[in-house]
Design a protein around this ligand. Structure first.
Ligand code: FES
Length: 125
């Protein structure tokens, strides 16, 4: 299975790349199976993700998944972000080759880690 057009689009033109200065939440996650790393930055207002950016040092699939993930949670609540699964992200991209499914772990893991840390620090549940 080749990459879908949507995966290629997000890889060639990734959305929300970069960092947010003085971000409210940051998480960095590495993929032990390949060594790739993603860093995610969140700007949070109340319980809403106002802005989100990422830096991914990894394969094309990981970049596409990171980009898609940020689009899916920007403007959403912290709870909605926690409910987002890597499978939903892969589905939204039209699927990933089975051998690249592990690449979809990073973005969801980084997002969840950043949100959980923020909620813990702010007494939210
Ligand atoms: Fe490492 Fe895809 S090969 S995240």
């Amino acid at each position: 299975m080749d990459y879908t057009e949507k995966v290629m689009d997000h890889f060639m033109n990734p959305r929300n790349v970069g960092k947010i200065e003085n971000a409210d939440a940051i998480a960095e996650v590495g993929n032990p199976s390949c060594g790739d790393v993603i860093k995610m930055y969140l700007r949070i207002q109340g319980e809403t993700i106002e802005d989100i950016k990422f830096q991914t040092f990894g394969c094309g699939a990981a970049i596409a998944v990171s980009s898609q993930t940020t689009e899916m949670v920007k403007g959403k609540s912290l709870k909605e972000a926690l409910d987002l699964t890597r499978d939903q992200v892969a589905e939204e991209l039209g699927g990933l080759p089975p051998i690249k499914m592990h690449c979809s772990n990073l973005a969801a893991d980084a997002l969840h880690q950043a949100v959980k840390t923020y909620m813990k620090e702010h007494g939210l549940s």
